[in-house]
Design a protein around this ligand. Structure first.
Ligand SMILES: *[C@@H]1O[C@H](CO)[C@@H](O)[C@H](O)[C@H]1NC(C)=O
Ligand SMILES: *[C@@H]1O[C@H](CO)[C@@H](O)[C@H](O)[C@H]1NC(C)=O
Length: 154
């Protein structure tokens, strides 16, 4: 979870910078984004972290259900990929480079992969369904924040 905390701090710092736009403007390129954009970035990092947490619980709960285990593994792979995309974007911002469009696509594709995998789980085991709905709830927040990034980080 250390990388998630790092990115939350990074985006919070950028958000603070974006508050004083007149000072930040000469230093910061346009892709640094405004306050709304950076709050959305913080939200997606936090939501990815809680999705990952819930998926780890789901993986444990579904250990004896091969189909659900496979779906949980697919979902985890999607979240890891989305996380890697966010890391690429954060590193670009940190070095004042334009965030690569491919990284943003990677985040979107990873979130979709995770959602499709989770939606395929039809277990009725209460331990599994509890973790599943927790993972789906966090994932929905990540998707909403991701849409916010697309809308507000222009
Ligand atoms: C959902 O149910 C269908 C039909 O029983 C089954 O083939 C499929 O593997 C199940 N999916 C998961 C992820 O458990
Ligand atoms: C940030 O920028 C987006 C996109 O240009 C805009 O829709 C939003 O209202 C802005 N937010 C603030 C607080 O300026």
């Amino acid at each position: 979870m250390a990388s998630f905390n790092f990115f939350i701090c990074l985006f919070a710092l950028i958000a603070l910078l974006s508050l004083s736009t007149s000072h930040a403007a000469p230093l910061a390129p346009r892709q640094i984004g405004n306050l709304t954009c950076n709050i959305d970035r913080i939200k997606i990092v936090a939501a990815l972290a809680s999705t990952k947490n819930a998926l780890s619980g789901l993986t444990t709960a579904a250990a004896n259900d091969p189909a659900a285990s496979a779906a949980a593994a697919q979902a985890t792979e999607g979240i890891d990929s989305a996380d890697a995309g966010v890391a690429t974007i954060a590193k670009a911002l940190l070095t004042l480079q334009a965030a690569p469009a491919a990284a943003r696509d990677q985040v979107g594709a990873g979130l979709t992969q995770a959602q499709t995998a989770l939606n395929s789980i039809n277990s009725t085991d209460p331990a599994v369904t509890a973790k599943l709905s927790s993972a789906q709830g966090s994932l929905t927040k990540a998707i909403t924040a991701g849409q916010g990034v697309v809308d507000n980080c222009k």
